[in-house]
Design a protein around this ligand. Structure first.
Ligand code: PRP
Length: 220
């Protein structure tokens, strides 16, 4: 039976900040989405491209890896932070696109002074990375999973510290926090569903080559 899914290669791309860096790279790779894709107000999630067999979905950056791991998309552009957090075995990560450069850090309030023996509470979007990091240091922490605005959590006394992405560092400064440790360097990677890589190898390799050439061109 034919369907959108069976007849096309689907690439999942992240909305927001990363997309601004990804669009010029896609252009260099000669992957051109239809016009509506560039309209932030367009509510559609699925778009066509200049390649008749390639469709593009525009999703939350945190969901790209999940769309690809569960086979909703064949390929995606996902941050190393998200890949580490979910650690999906179904994903193959052939190419660092070297965009969306930032890092995942622990931050705490200026003049931080924890003077009780209670378990450290950490507000974060990354409970798995955070748990692993502290467990490796022999420290038990209590992660409070949040989806955003965790920078305010210490001031509101609901968490001692945060683990979050830092780019310019302005959000930390604006919320009276200081970065105390970088725990992961982050860039965006091309990710591929392992099964799709076997069954749809020709088209997927074609997309990988287009991105590889675009990166070579960018670096030459
Ligand atoms: C990210 C991150 C920080 C901020 C850091 O959030 O969660 O809040 O950017 O950037 P900075 O160091 O340049 O200030 P983003 O704005 O992407 O929104 P989100 O909370 O929806 O992820």
């Amino acid at each position: 039976m034919s369907s959108i899914r069976s007849e096309n290669i689907i690439i999942a791309v992240p909305k927001g900040r990363i997309l601004e860096e990804l669009i010029p790279l896609m252009k260099k790779a000669k992957i051109i989405p239809e016009k509506a894709f560039f309209d932030g107000k367009d509510r559609r999630l699925l778009f066509s491209s200049n390649l008749s067999w390639l469709k593009i979905i525009r999703v939350r950056s945190f969901d790209v890896a999940t769309f690809v791991a569960f086979g909703g998309a064949d390929i995606g552009v996902a941050g190393f932070d998200v890949l580490k957090e979910f650690n999906y075995p179904e994903l193959y990560t052939p190419l660092d696109l070297k965009i969306g450069s930032c890092h995942l850090s622990i931050a705490e309030p200026i003049n931080y002074d924890k003077n009780d023996n209670t378990q450290l509470k950490i507000a974060t979007k990354y409970p798995n990375i955070t748990d692993n990091y502290f467990t490796n240091k022999g420290i038990n922490v209590n992660c409070i999973k949040m989806n955003g605005a965790m920078e305010i959590a210490p001031k509101l006394e609901m968490a001692d510290k945060i683990v979050d992405l830092v780019s310019s560092g302005k959000t930390l400064v604006a919320n009276d926090l200081v970065e105390i440790e970088n725990i992961l360097d982050v860039t965006s990677h091309l990710v591929v569903n392992r099964t799709a890589f076997k069954t749809r190898s020709e088209n997927i390799r074609h997309i990988m080559t287009l991105f590889r050439e675009a990166l070579d061109e960018k670096n030459s």
